[in-house]
Design a binder for this molecule. Sequence first.
Ligand code: SF4
Length: 254
Amino acid sequence: MTCSSGNCCSGATACRAVWPTTLPMARRAMRQLARFFESRKLLGTFAAHAFNGKAQIGSSVQQCTFYLTASALAFDPVGAGCPALSGTACSIYERRPLTCRSVPLHYSRAAAFAADDLDAFVATPGFACATHKDAPLVLQHGVVADPGIAESRAAALAQAQQDAPWKAALVKAMKHGDPRVPSLAQVEKAAARGALTVPMLGGWEIAAEAGLLEAGAIAALKRSQVIALDRLSAARGITLVAAQAIAEQRRALA
Ligand code: SF4
């Protein structure tokens, strides 16, 4: 194809941009692009819904794409820690969830950010990471080097993709004002706090209505949830706030 008029891209800013001319500059640009696309790819995998809006970035307001993500998380009463924790060790270590297996390079973060994430993790008080020269290699030249972590990241991402129909059913319910799930406006309002948590029961029912879960499975899930909540409420040192939250969830399942 040849350009005959020379006018077709005369107003395009991108066509006037100065492209990096030195090799280090080109490499830097490629790294930034890779980070950008990898982060978008990952957000796309996790997202239940993507929508456009405006956000304050520094001193200016910019047009952005926002991603709503939906995750199934175990109830974590304040101060109680993970119910599988026994003293300072994991009592279910051999069958711990994928989210734990991918620590410290959690699967919800693109590999492009792994070096920064690892530094931040190591610097966080309380994690006691082994950093001596014989410690297991986790990351090498920006690539996840630990096979267990790499496998669990890939398995978790595949699982996130499998969950896409359930996420779509949840967003549809949100858009139709279903009282079992928060509205998009409520999610947006809570976004500054990082997350909005709701009981799983509504999510299970919506999955069943969308043909993704057998109706009979809900009864079994409710039973196992009640057992887990009763175990939690009987745990030593449970705070009053946590006890109230457990009781509320227990009532919702009755
Ligand atoms: S590894 Fe995971 S399951 Fe085990 S105690 Fe820690 S948070 Fe809980």
